[in-house]
Design a protein around this ligand. Structure first.
Ligand code: C5P
Length: 233
């Protein structure tokens, strides 16, 4: 079974544009997405967004906004002036914050998809119960946040592949799921906790899988991507 490159989002988790550009060169010719996160955006500014767009990549700007509704709305208006295709907030910021973010996104020229982060893929049920003081299991929390996100105008959620079936069953097939926590069976989990292999993520019905270190940390990232697309990573 092969995997479509259009369902792959590669995390450009680097401190500088020059590091990220080296990876983009390796990925050229494949219609994969790239994800610009906090390290690169805070470290080197929005230049990478323009550079990746010029090279034909679609862009997920992963800054996970979480603040009072007014601040998130204004920040989102500024971010949506960039040529981005996907952007996100934390669902824990609440319905009013997500509605204001959604308003800003929908009235922008770039009009990216808006996602809400539910529970991070590095969070376990135990951590959620003890540290966040949210009772129950993690799936219940993810479903609650996903419902709130849909009602508040988001186009989808970020969750682990394990939660895709319950999100899709409850909220419909067209509600997007973007899933980090992708690990080849042979590899270390690093800080991720709720993980699957790439093929399992596809079988569970995810729309997009986010993958970082298994590609960016590989000796030969292009070969690792080719293995991923063949379903053999
Ligand atoms: O290297 P790795 O494959 O773990 O990278 C996953 C990427 O997805 C990181 O950039 C991380 O910030 C991001 N992410 C995540 N879990 C979420 C949301 C985003 O791991 N819930």
């Amino acid at each position: 079974m092969s995997i479509s490159p259009e369902s792959i989002i590669i995390a450009l988790d680097y401190p500088s544009i020059s590091d990220a550009m080296k990876l983009l060169q390796q990925l050229e010719g494949y219609p994969v997405w790239v994800k610009v996160g906090m390290e690169l955006f805070y470290g080197d500014g929005p230049g990478i967004v323009y550079a990746a767009k010029e090279r034909g990549f679609r862009i997920f700007l992963d800054l996970k906004l979480h603040d009072i509704p007014n601040t998130v709305e204004k920040a989102m208006k500024v971010l949506c002036k960039l040529p981005i295709d996907m952007v996100n907030v934390h669902a824990a910021g609440g319905s009013e914050m997500m509605k204001r973010a959604s308003g800003a996104v929908k009235s922008s020229l770039s009009s990216p998809s808006l996602l809400a982060v539910t529970q991070l893929t590095s969070t376990t049920t135990e951590q959620m119960n003890v540290e966040q003081r949210i009772p129950g299991n993690i799936q219940e929390s993810i479903l609650t946040y996903s419902r709130l996100a849909q009602e508040s105008g988001c186009d989808g959620v970020v969750c682990s592949p394990h939660e895709v079936p319950i999100v899709k069953d409850s909220l419909g097939k067209s509600f997007l799921t973007v899933t980090p926590g992708i690990r080849p069976s042979s590899e270390d989990y690093w800080d991720q906790k709720r993980v699957t292999t790439p093929l399992e993520a596809i079988k569970l019905g995810t729309n997009y899988m986010v993958i970082g270190r298994p590609i960016t940390g590989a000796m030969a990232p292009r070969t690792a991507l080719e293995d991923l697309l063949k379903g053999s990573l």
